[in-house]
Design a binder for this molecule. Structure first.
Ligand code: ZN
Length: 248
């Protein structure tokens, strides 16, 4: 209880709050943590970006997996953790949500799209790898439904892929730069549901702390960076943040 009060006080004292979210905030919405033991990636080897580019069969396999698993993501709705962050944005406290998640639940909870910085992209739509034109998954699904046809960009003929960052694909430059800038401007940096093991994303809390922001970590399990944090809360994110912010 005391820790919840302390976090509430730190938020009240902050002028420039940045949230950094990982899989743990979305598992409470039923989205599986792909990297966890028993997660999808321990059963199927991830398709590397180079293989996706080089092989039509790898692209077919990627779309097969996407459509087989997509129902979970379509059904998922934001939970109290997402809603608490949306409320802090509404109150003008929160500058940005930097996220490792690809599920679009921050936007769905009411955080304005321009405040969500997606380091690993977004799996709720697709995009041309060459010209970045956006395509909806329903359109891809229709093409794929006919003999596993592969979608090509109607503008430039480029390869279309879900708008996520795959293994072997470089991090999105513009998002990395924006995340860097908001981190340097933050006076309070709150990590929610990330075990902070995936770099370069996990470098942002360290950067915030070095830049004299206060660092808070809310995660069910201990993380790699607990020893540099000003406050660590090992608990459910939704339950904790709804008490801190006062949302349901
Ligand atoms: Zn294109």
């Amino acid at each position: 209880m005391a820790k919840v009060d302390e976090l509430r006080r730190m938020i009240a004292e902050a002028n420039n709050l940045v949230a950094f979210t990982g899989a743990g905030i979305s598992t409470e919405s039923g989205i599986p943590d792909y990297r966890s033991p028993g997660g999808v990636w321990t059963k199927y080897r991830p398709i590397e970006f180079g293989d996706f580019l080089a092989s039509a069969e790898a692209r077919r396999e990627a779309w097969r997996r996407k459509f087989a698993s997509d129902e979970v993501m379509q059904r998922a709705t934001p939970n109290a953790g997402h809603r608490a962050l949306a409320r802090l944005c509404e109150q003008g406290k929160m500058t940005a949500v930097v996220t490792q998640n690809i599920d679009g639940l921050h936007q769905a909870s009411g955080v304005p799209g321009d405040k969500v910085i997606e380091l690993h992209g977004n799996a709720t739509y697709a995009a041309c790898l060459d010209c970045r034109r956006r395509y909806e998954l329903d359109w891809v699904r229709e093409i794929f439904a006919i003999d596993e046809g592969l979608p090509l960009c109607t503008d430039c003929g480029g390869i279309i892929k879900t708008a996520t960052i795959s293994f072997g694909q470089s991090m999105p430059e513009a998002e990395m730069e924006r995340a860097h800038a908001v981190t340097l401007a933050a006076d309070l940096f709150i990590v929610l549901g990330s075990s902070l093991v995936v770099y370069p994303a996990a470098g942002f809390p360290i950067l915030a702390k070095r830049n004299r922001a206060r660092l808070v970590i809310v995660n069910r399990e201990p993380t790699e960076q607990d020893d540099i944090a000003d406050l660590v809360i090992n608990a459910e994110i939704g339950a904790t943040m709804s008490r801190v912010v006062g949302v349901n």
